[in-house]
Design a binder for this molecule. Structure first.
Ligand code: AMP
Length: 253
């Protein structure tokens, strides 16, 4: 696996003609890789001839600076994990490579991005869409893989790809969970042992058949601070805090 840090380096590799006719699969991530990320990578490797992963901790999607500061980073372990997967290129650019304009230009979606998590994290999806558009334009993959754990994000990225006539197919992948039901997330690394024990209750309550009000009061009674729980287009979405750690999840309903 080659590690590429600059746009120039990437473009010179991309324009090489040894792989011109091969399909490219792409998995964008913010690092601190876990089994959820790796499931996307495995799918990409199965479906494409060349596979690219990016690790870029995107500051523009953090509406809360302390969340960004506390976000786990484990670049060397990430590289070691990716080495075992058959990924060809790891893109690990810095801020200036991805934002030569210092984020003067952004993608703003005006409807879905204002709901659910968007309502509670102003500007979050502007940052997500802006970085994903930049990465997709740079990599120009045939397929890009996104997890259903971030279902709203997947929907928005898919909508953006259609709106801006991108040729990349946006592929969704099921949420990967721990044996106790907790969705894998980089933020899980920050949970205290006590909160980690409590965390699977979030999924348990979210996927129970309780009505919304009951589900919220069960979560509160169990010790979660509820950011929101909402039903939207046949799915139940939720975000909760355990201490400073914000967890999100969603299930069909
Ligand atoms: P992140 O590094 O959090 O930006 O996530 C990168 C990609 O991995 C996104 O498409 C996420 O939806 C996906 N992802 C994160 N956690 C999981 C999970 N538990 N199951 C499936 N996909 C996931």
């Amino acid at each position: 696996m080659q590690i590429i840090k600059t746009v120039e380096q990437w473009r010179s590799w991309r324009s090489g003609n040894t792989h011109a006719s091969k399909s490219i699969g792409f998995v964008p991530t913010m690092g601190a890789l876990h089994k959820g990320h790796l499931s996307l990578v495995e799918r990409s490797v199965k479906e494409n001839q060349i596979n690219v992963v990016s690790i870029f901790l995107n500051p523009t999607q953090f509406n809360n600076q302390s969340d960004l500061q506390a976000y786990p980073e484990s670049f060397e372990t990430d590289v070691a994990q990716l080495e075992r997967t058959g990924v060809d290129q790891l893109l690990a650019p810095d801020f200036n490579e991805i934002y030569p304009d210092n984020y003067q230009y952004k993608v703003i979606e005006t409807s879905l991005s204002k709901q659910l998590c968007g309502k509670h994290r102003p500007g979050h999806f502007d940052g997500v869409l802006s970085v994903v558009l930049r990465l997709l334009n740079l990599v120009q993959p045939d397929r890009a893989y996104f997890g259903e754990k971030d279902y709203q994000q997947y929907q928005l990225v898919k909508g953006m790809a259609e709106a801006f006539l991108l040729e990349t197919e946006i592929v969704s992948c099921s949420t990967v969970r721990e044996a106790d039901g907790l969705a894998f997330s980089s933020r899980n690394f920050r949970l205290t042992p006590g909160d980690r024990e409590l965390a699977p209750k979030f999924y348990e309550i979210l996927s129970s058949r309780l009505d919304l009000e009951k589900a919220v009061s069960e979560l509160v009674a169990s010790g979660f601070k509820v950011d929101y729980v909402e039903d939207f287009k046949n799915r139940r979405f939720g975000a909760v805090y355990l201490g400073e750690v914000r967890l999100i999840d969603n299930v069909p309903c």
